[in-house]
Ligand binder design. Sequence first.
Ligand code: PEP
Length: 249
Amino acid sequence: MRKNIVAGNWKMNNDLTQTQALITALKQQTTSSNAEVMVAPTFTNLLEANKALKDSNIEVIAQNMHFAENGAYTGEISASMLKSIGINTVILGHSERREYFNETDEALAKKTDAALAKGMRVIFCFGEELADRKSGNEETIVGDQIKNALFHLEGAAFQNIVLAYEPVWAIGTGETASPEQAQDMHAFVRKTLADKYGNDVADGVSILYGGSVKPANAEEIFSKPDVDGGLIGGAALNADDFFAIVNAF
Ligand code: PEP
């Protein structure tokens, strides 16, 4: 059975003191949710966050990594470096990485391979831009993003992959895909996986939705059969809001 997951992407927010304060607030939250909960602080705060959340059921994850093992890649971080501080999950392919740092499907395929080779779990993000949706091309764009970056993998690799559909037009804009739009795309993605790898693989992969998820809309979005959780940006920076979303499960 696939898991429900709520992951908070803190992006380039929170210095060390702010990170410690947010973690303190998160630890005060209570939940009976069945969702796995994760938070992704910035690189400089991963070690501290991981120590502080060690005895909690919140997993600390990374926002990005490089595909090389080590070497002359100034400013980059490898899978081994993340593993060495106890980080076992990484977000790859966020639209901000694609847009501002020119991450291509090809680079994301290499990053995914590098993470999986180290036994890490990958949250792989994809999603169409507004122009793609307006022209009715959203399924082609999303299908190609997934095929180009992931379809060289064996089916078994998907045990360590979580997918995150994040329509670019809904990220940080306050505009959310309707629950029906999210469900339609998630069902399309699951069918794309099933066509390539069969139903057992497709049914086992968690597909998260991301894009202006808030306490007020989480429950309705998460109620859709192919929506297995959320990747949360802005609302993850507030412990009450984040746990209100977690508690939507
Ligand atoms: C995100 O950046 O992954 C995201 C979903 O952001 P927000 O929730 O702020 O739209």
